[in-house]
Design a binder for this molecule. Sequence first.
Ligand SMILES: O=P(O)(O)OC[C@H]1O[C@H](OP(=O)(O)O)[C@H](O)[C@@H]1O
Length: 335
Amino acid sequence: MGDAEPEVVPAVESTADAIAAMEIRGAATIADAAAAALATQAEGSPAETPAAFRRGLRAAARTLYETRPTAVSLPNALRYVLRGVDGDTVAELRASTIDRAASFRRDLEHARETLGGIGANRLRDGDVVLTHCHSTDALACVEAALEDGKSLEAIVKETRPRKQGHITATQLREWGVPVTLIVDGAARRYLDAADHVLVGADSIAADGSVINKIGTSGLAVVARERGVPVMVAAQTIKLHPDTLTGHTVAIETRDEREVLSDEERASIRSSDAPDGSVGEPGSEDGLTVENPAFDVTPPRYVDAIVTERGQFPPESIVTLMRELFGDTTDEPWAE
Ligand SMILES: O=P(O)(O)OC[C@H]1O[C@H](OP(=O)(O)O)[C@H](O)[C@@H]1O
């Protein structure tokens, strides 16, 4: 084998592509898919030596890690699985990877259910929740409240540019929850009809800042102005250990075509530009489109972070982070 490129099985590449393209999306779902992909790598690895097996697994983890930068549940999942890989033979390493991935996935599901039960306690019979994007953790709170016999209604923000609000609306309608779908710009107008803003998170920083879908921070600010509490549902794999040592969370910027199609761009361009400039997306034609996928909501606009370990005021989340992560922010997938 020597210095040959470690082999990453095709199914891992496919999962990575699906995460990058957002066919697999949502912080917890991405973490689940990444753990499953590492198990697939272990199952399909052609490695004949323990060292080659470990190299292949690290390469698979890097492939997954490099897909999307903001949701820390992805590196947290990779770290969890890789740390549990143990054994002296390829067979032992393979088995321990598969076991570890399975236990991660079980814990993830269990954490979501527990979190849902805790979050449901904040929701009263007859409440209206206003949602942004699509979050399985946020919806777990609604589901648990419904199971408790409470009736809820929802105002669902469309969530441009990818309209994940439609996924939320679909799920809520399946549960029989009446849904009012609104465009993002209508949020302030509808806040007076809401009892809670309920959102998920892609990452939570040590100071209690919430990194979530673009538009969350503006929503939280106007919710504070209207006196509507903001509840963030996020299991502890969304806690970002690097922020304990002062690192900031990278905000993903995505393709401008999610915001403006080539056709739309061409029609803007065809209106009279004094310099007559024309060009393809990204070229110097005087029209810039920016598409950040996430923003940062400062802790002072967040009322509660609901995790499977209980609910916390954002300022106290750092204590839980230290307990769960200590000072370990290593990257076991590094070459
Ligand atoms: O883990 P759960 O609660 O499902 O989702 C958490 C967050 O992940 C999503 O990001 P994207 O749609 O993948 O960009 C949204 O920002 C959502 O709030």
